[in-house]
Design a protein around this ligand. Structure first.
Ligand code: SF4
Ligand code: SF4
Ligand code: FES
Length: 872
């Protein structure tokens, strides 16, 4: 560490960073706009000025930008010097000349970095008396709102959108002193990470359009730490509620997982919680019933001993375990489609027995050569794609190192690198959004992708089996070999075990990290818990071993062909379903129990990194909705800790889950942790329209969080941070004050506990199940799934903004005999669908794609051979 003197006091600062970074890490108050820990320095706003002195005898000093000055040993600066303080006040006055001063009606008001910095600078009087520059705002789609008059030209938005996230349709358009930040014309922002503009923009230009529909100020909401439910990456979120409706989701910083950013599905998919299709009341034989009667029917059915349970990879570990306990381990089924369960089981075996480490998302950003085999990660595991976009900068950054340009000096590094990117190889059945960044791409059917993987492994290590050599395989192998931190990414998307095995071979041969994607938020957790297959569940009812089925948060029509599910549900004498939203399976329930979503319940998911993470309810629903584990639990479990204790005792592989967050008895300075931000004026009388005596807030027996603003003002452990706030820091950038060092881990460590690490000794040899080369069939197509960030996930499809952007059912193929939009019949395994054609020249001959997860494709087992014919 370097000693830097700030206003004559010595501070330890990281010499590889700049002075602004160092001052903020020391909790010193220094305003800034254009700098962001994830984006680095460009010196655009001049707000972070400090006075630098040559030595202790220098009394004049000179004004420098702290974000552009290294924190070198012995540096002497002043923040409080009157001249530089006046300089900063002048800068903000200039930035504010055209600002509308409309905080009272601005969605950012009360959590605005511009407000915070204005107060910090001491600028409090407006002298400018002339007309202000005004803009026409653009309609940027259903997710992000624009109000350009509030812009202070810090350029963060375009730097984030274009340089960091790889977007192309947002830019700065300038004429004389007028600069407009937007698209060339109205239209939906194309980048999958556009929602982060809401947090990146330091003022109210870009705000959350979904929040606008049910707006509430930050101080009027209550928040809870939570985990995104829309894919398996487990991004950390804070959810905000008021009056029993979920109002928004913001990013909850986790250094190892999502950092500062979320994808748009994760940020805006939350509105399914408020959907019209929510189930609010128990229903028995088509009639609403009471909680007591519903519970009685459930207990009676369970006591019959002729019951099976079907769990779910989108339900918490606690809910799955409660069902497993209720029906008995031998009658518990994991609820995944058979093929998927087999593939995820294989991936878990590889990660637990092999010596390849599954990296965190932060570690992925630091990898310097990446090989993606069979996965369209932008649409399957979106936040991982953002991490890979950063990883391709690692190798070219050596140029900056050689030129001795500090890596935080963003404009210098980018000038030196130009648009150079490091090795990224993508082998998938269809073109992906990352292709433009790739060194080379390879389009092929899953079998040929697997063969490429086997060939790459062989090129790296001749002991790894392969049936062919190829120049591309040799090129990929040499890039991985030359890398310091190589990475292989694969997953279940191709439905091919051989693709997974080939990826494992490459990672083994290259001594690379290995990351597997998975489709749902608790796919890995459900697999760790175990359970029989879905086919075994169908069989148990068909054979009469059981006559009752309890289905947990699982629409079976998305797991198996409709005819099989129909026959299963018809044969079962009693069908009991717990879920959040009405769906085809809930329609068949004799007893329907309304299950709490992530916003109304507590539980744990295991991410595809193998990280167990706890989510907490943000409000108590004012109806019959209950956490699934509460419906299913035995009488002697009273709270979440009881469930976790029982689970640890029964399933040693899940024992560490208890440590994902502090238990309900945890207290900070003898107090609970408040879900609501503190208000000098006291708690809002929320129910004054009903009763002038404000009722006591509900108790929370399951967590150390309180449903009120009362509690300790101290900063809680990472797993329990409901919102980021510090005195003087009301915006999301209060995160700075929770980190050990800016941009680094949270104080006390980041949230979550890893459930598995690589074996010390590789317990696996190379896989050798190499498939034959793909052979197109006359008159048939190999149907493979195609993933969509908006559409493939079941729950977010019920959020209006996501639904508006979602892909529509279609079949994508490469054919000169069919026209775009022509209607065809797709026949596969006894199912016939009528779908419009989308022509895609990127698809290999003989391969057609169906949109994964969209009705009526959901439930089909893909890949599979099918026929495609014109409708008459
Ligand atoms: S729109 Fe926001 S982020 Fe972009 S330049 Fe203006 S103030 Fe900065
Ligand atoms: S990447 Fe996945 S977990 Fe992260 S925000 Fe997006 S959908 Fe949620
Ligand atoms: S933050 Fe340093 S110039 Fe903008």
């Amino acid at each position: 560490m370097a000693i830097v003197y700030v206003d004559h006091k010595p501070y330890q600062m990281n010499p590889d960073e700049n002075l602004l970074h160092g001052c903020l890490s020391q909790d010193l108050r220094l305003p800034y706009f254009c700098w962001h820990p994830a984006l680095g320095s460009v010196g655009a706003c001049r707000q972070c000025a400090v006075k630098q002195f040559k030595d202790e005898h220098d009394e004049r000093g000179k004004i420098v930008m702290s974000c552009l000055t290294p924190a070198q040993e012995g540096t002497r600066i002043s923040i409080d010097d009157p001249e530089v303080a006046a300089f900063r006040a002048g800068i903000i006055e200039g930035l504010m000349l055209n600002h509308p001063h409309d905080c009272a009606v601005c969605d950012e008001g009360g959590e605005c970095h511009l407000q915070d910095m204005t107060v910090m600078t001491g600028h409090d009087y407006r002298r400018y008396e002339f007309d202000k520059r005004t803009f026409r705002n653009q309609n940027l789609g259903p997710l992000v709102n624009q109000e350009m008059n509030r812009c202070i030209q810090c350029y963060r938005c375009v730097r984030y959108y274009r340089d960091y996230a790889g977007g192309e349709d947002l830019n700065a358009f300038a004429m004389r002193n007028t600069v407009f930040f937007g698209r060339h014309e109205d239209g939906v922002l194309e980048n999958e990470f556009s929602g982060n503009l809401v947090e990146i923009c330091p003022t109210g230009v870009f705000t959350d359009k979904t929040l606008k529909r049910h707006y509430a100020r930050k101080w009027d909401q209550q928040f809870a730490p939570s985990v995104c439910v829309h894919c398996a990456l487990g991004c950390n979120i804070d959810s905000g509620e008021r009056y029993g409706t979920l109002r928004r989701v913001v990013s909850r910083y986790n250094h190892e997982v999502n950092g500062y950013f979320l994808c748009d599905r994760g940020r805006f998919g939350y509105e399914f919680v408020n959907s019209d299709r929510r189930l609010h009341q128990p229903v028995f034989k088509g009639q609403p019933t009471s909680v007591a009667l519903a519970q009685h029917h459930l207990n009676e059915s369970a006591a019959s001993g002729r019951v099976i349970g079907i769990g779910s990879p989108r339900a918490s570990l606690e809910a799955n375990f409660a069902l497993r306990t209720l029906v008995g381990p031998e009658r518990f089924h994991s609820g995944m489609a058979d093929d998927e369960a087999r593939l995820v089981g294989r991936m878990l075996d590889i990660l637990r027995q092999g010596s390849m480490r599954t990296p965190t998302l932060r570690e992925i950003e630091e990898c310097d050569a990446v090989f993606i085999l069979g996965e369209d990660i932008t649409n399957v595991a979106p936040r991982m794609a953002l991490a890979v976009r950063q990883s391709v900068r690692q190798q070219p950054m050596e140029i900056a190192n050689e030129l001795k340009i500090p890596l935080w000096m963003d404009h210098g590094v980018r000038d030196a690198m130009q648009n150079a990117t490091g090795p990224l190889y993508i082998a998938t059945p269809y073109a992906t959004r990352l292709d433009k960044t790739a060194t080379a791409t390879f389009r092929a059917a899953p079998d040929d992708l697997a063969r490429l993987g086997f060939a790459v492994a062989h090129a790296l290590d001749s002991r790894a089996p392969s049936l062919e050599d190829s120049p591309l395989a040799a090129e990929i192998a040499s890039a991985l070999k030359a890398a310091k931190k190589p990475l292989v990414i694969s997953g279940t998307s191709c439905g091919s075990e051989q693709v997974i095995q080939a990826a494992a071979n490459v990672a083994m041969a290259a001594h690379a990290a290995l990351s597997f994607t998975a489709p749902e938020c608790n796919t890995f957790g459900a697999t760790l818990m175990g359970g029989s297959s879905l086919t075994a569940a169908f069989q148990a009812i068909r054979d009469g071993q059981a006559d009752t089925v309890i289905i947990l948060e699982n629409d079976l029509y998305r797991r198996a062909p409709a005819s099989e599910v129909d026959s299963f549900l018809k044969t079962a004498k009693h069908v009991i379903v717990l879920d959040h939203l009405a769906n085809p399976t809930t329609e068949k329930a004799e007893l329907l129990l309304p299950a709490a979503t992530f916003a109304e319940s507590d539980g744990t998911f295991v991410s595809s990194e193998g990280r167990a993470q706890r989510f907490f309810q943000v409000f108590v629903p004012g109806n019959d909705v209950r956490a699934s584990w509460r419906w299913l639990k035995p009488d002697h479990w009273h709270n979440l800790d009881d469930v976790l204790g029982a689970m640890a005792a029964a399933l040693p592989q899940l024992a560490a889950v208890r440590y994902a967050a502090p238990s309900a008895s945890f207290r900070f300075a003898g107090a609970k942790i408040p879900r609501s931000p503190h208000r000098e004026s006291g708690r809002t009388a929320m129910l004054v329209n009903i009763d002038v005596s404000e009722p006591k807030p509900p108790d929370d027996p399951d967590s150390p969080l309180s449903f009120s603003m009362e509690g300790t003002p101290k900063k809680p452990p990472a797993a329990l941070i409901p919102f980021f706030w510090s005195p003087g820091w009301n915006s999301i950038q209060a995160i700075n004050t929770y980190q050990k060092e800016i941009g680094g881990p949270l104080r006390g460590g980041d949230a979550g506990v890893r459930m598995f690490e690589p074996a010390a000794v590789n317990g696996q040899g190379y896989f050798s199940d190499i498939p034959p080369a793909f052979a197109p069939r006359e008159g048939e197509w190999l149907l493979v799934p195609m993933y969509h960030i908006f559409g493939s996930d079941e729950l977010s499809l019920s959020a209006p903004g996501i639904a508006e952007l979602a892909a529509k059912p279609h079949v994508a193929l490469n054919s000169s005999h069919l026209a775009e939009g022509a209607e065809v019949e797709v026949t596969c395994a006894g199912t016939t669908l009528r779908l419009p054609v989308r022509l895609r020249s990127d698809l290999p001959y003989g391969v057609a794609c169906l949109p994964a997860g969209l009705t009526p494709v959901a439930g089909m087992t893909l890949p599979a051979w099918g026929k495609i014919s014109r409708t008459i």
